[in-house]
Design a protein around this ligand. Structure first.
Ligand SMILES: [Zn+2]
Length: 236
């Protein structure tokens, strides 16, 4: 069977995303039922961390679903999924501490988080409009003729717009890794987890980080694929 380079790129992206999400679910299921000795639930750990960091204006709330945990900077809320909120497993403690890591980043005005938040509206536009503009450009074959004589196609414009969404995925990486590092340092410092439990928490958070790496890699591959296909079209 002959596979075109652009199709291979698409397949690699999909495989990376699937592998990372499968690995996260496996790791999560492993540590979801391993109780941490201290007996604190995710919500209690979040409360203890925010108190230890002197953060008084951030709330803790429960959201539905599995692995839906996040920090909402607009409402200043650490949103924990039901099982993380109520359970005292190593996974629950690790995830709750990670989300508090984001709250601390917000509190300290951590620059990559600020940049990432500023990108959100543009990244949403980029992921919605980028590819349709590229397809429209290919369909209509429209070009802009610049005053310096060079030609810029509508498809190229679409690729640049799509690139903003990719930039967002890339900026997400240091933000996520930093939140996990902060979480592990605090869990050790506050004595919330012991040495062996910390290893489990680190594995859990590394598995979560890998899903962001896979998402960024697959987005970059998608962008390279567009550039490749666009190059082929303009050569015709
Ligand atoms: Zn995160």
């Amino acid at each position: 069977m002959y596979l075109d380079t652009s199709t291979v790129m698409l397949l690699i992206g999909a495989a990376l995303t699937l592998l990372a999400s499968g690995f996260l679910h496996l790791t999560y299921n492993k540590y979801k039922f391993k109780p941490a000795d201290n007996g604190y639930t995710g919500a209690e750990v979040a409360e203890a961390i925010l108190r230890a960091e002197n953060i008084t204006d951030v709330g803790i709330s429960q959201v539905s679903g599995d692995l839906t945990d996040h920090y909402d900077p607009r409402s200043k809320s650490v949103c924990l999924s039901q099982s993380v909120f109520n359970m005292h497993s190593i996974a629950a403690v690790a995830v709750a501490a990670h989300e508090c890591g984001h709250a601390i980043q917000h509190h300290e005005e951590y620059a990559p988080l600020k940049f990432r938040s500023a990108l959100v509206p543009y990244a949403n536009l980029g992921s919605k409009l980028g590819i349709p503009i590229v397809l429209l450009g290919w369909y209509l074959g429209l070009d802009f003729h610049l005053s310096n004589g060079s030609v810029f196609s509508v498809a190229q414009l679409g690729i640049w717009i799509f690139a903003i969404a990719i930039l967002f995925q890339i900026v997400t990486l240091p933000v996520e890794v930093d939140a996990s590092n902060r979480a592990l340092i605090i869990l050790a410092r506050e004595g919330i987890l012991d040495g062996q439990e910390l290893k489990g928490a680190r594995r859990m958070l590394t598995a979560a980080a890998l899903t962001y790496v896979a998402a960024a890699a697959s987005a970059v591959l998608q962008m390279l694929r567009l550039i490749l296909l666009n190059g082929r079209r303009s050569k015709r």
